[in-house]
Ligand binder design. Structure first.
Ligand SMILES: [Zn+2]
Length: 377
């Protein structure tokens, strides 16, 4: 049987350099379009059942966050549902994945993928609940719809406006897994936290801010190489329509809290980055931030507050980023939630690492933290 490797599907990314010897497969990760960013990979290997495969990603050393490869294990799946970790090592600028497939076809990826087809399924499943409204504020440069789900108290004058967005960086698929878990809990009619929140608030949720980068298999940018999380100060329809449209939508609805969900290549922890360092930072925003973090620690042992990014000095916030721009503009609590590509350190799961199932549970826990701050927002 001929051995094949392909990335010609939703979210795929790999370039095959050599496939002659299974123990010396040479691959490269493709750069994001019109950009030097790359790190996301996703491909299918077929025809190698029972044979030892050594796959070398030879350009790993030039990836966006090369230190992220240290201690990293790639994920693999036969059934496209369960993604398990496979032996991976990083040396001399190359990432080497060793695996003996037990089936005729196997997928490998940087993290469990979340395809645009799955995104479409999520939106359709959500709108089957009559409480959910869908808004499409516009389209991306590749012509895909930008989806915003609206759930909760329709008395907008009275309700708190809570925005949740994910995948500005499309390779951070764990963001959409997390949001899927949060949405499922929000619609559980037996969950008292969800019921109270939907009474007090209206949620605006954009599970995928970057459909083009997602479908193209990008790590960090949209169809024309824009890093959306550096476009919040001056978005435009030519290079960052995703931010332009969502920002305008936020200004239309108002905003009392924004959670921007991401993944971090390097740090083996879940943590939040805050809007500390914006001109309007004050005791109220500080207290709300601390209250949210404390409630999330209580709700999930997978979350912690000891490790994270260094704190930002007063006045030094980068206002091109969502969390800082939103917090400054609306004088509201805004947080960037980071999840690991690797695993959590204190609550590690060696077979799966950080995973879709665990991201979804952390998504559910966000509602406990929102519940802890809702009356102060
Ligand atoms: Zn990110």
């Amino acid at each position: 049987m001929t051995v094949q490797i392909t990335d010609a599907f939703d979210g795929g990314n790999i370039v095959v350099r050599s496939l002659e010897n299974l123990e010396q497969i040479q691959l490269e990760i493709r750069k994001d379009a019109q950009s030097d960013f790359y790190q996301w990979f996703y491909y299918r290997l077929s025809g190698a059942r029972g044979q030892e495969c050594v796959m070398k990603l030879t350009n790993a050393g030039g990836a966006a966050y090369a230190p992220g490869w240290t201690g990293y294990q790639a994920v693999a799946s036969y059934d496209r549902k369960t993604w398990f970790r496979v032996a991976t090592s990083y040396r001399d600028g190359a990432l080497t994945i060793r695996h003996r497939p037990e089936r005729d076809a196997v997928y490998y990826a940087y993290f469990a993928p979340y395809s645009m087809e799955r995104h479409a399924d999520l939106i359709s499943r959500m709108i089957m609940d009559a409480r959910v409204r869908l808004t499409v504020p516009g389209r991306t440069l590749d012509g895909q719809d930008l989806d915003v789900l609206e759930i909760g108290n329709s008395d907008r004058a009275r309700a708190k406006k809570i925005w949740v967005i994910g995948r500005q960086h499309p390779g951070e698929t764990m963001a959409e897994w997390l949001i899927e878990g949060m949405l499922e809990r929000l619609l559980d009619r037996n969950d008292p936290v969800a019921r109270v929140l939907l009474e007090k608030a209206v949620f605006y949720v954009a599970p995928n801010m970057n459909p083009d980068g997602s479908r193209r298999g990008h790590l960090r940018t949209n169809a024309v190489g824009t890093n959306l999380n550096r476009a919040w100060a001056e978005p435009d329809l030519k290079t960052s329509p995703e931010v332009f449209l969502i920002r305008a939508e936020m200004q239309k609805t108002g905003l009392d809290f924004c959670l921007d969900v991401h993944g971090d290549e390097e740090l083996p922890y879940n943590f939040v980055a805050t809007a500390q360092g914006i001109p309007s930072w004050d005791d109220r925003l500080h207290d709300l931030t601390e209250r949210y973090k404390t409630a999330l620690v209580a709700a999930s042992p997978d979350f912690q507050t000891e490790k994270g990014y260094p704190s930002v000095a007063p006045g030094k916030a980068n206002l091109t980023m969502c969390t800082s721009w939103v917090s400054e503009h609306f004088k509201a609590l805004a947080l960037t939630l980071e999840q690991p590509f690797k695993d959590t350190t204190a609550t590690a799961s060696p077979v799966y690492g950080w995973s879709p199932a665990r991201a979804k549970i952390l998504g559910r826990a966000q509602l406990d933290a929102v519940f802890a701050v809702i009356d102060q927002l």
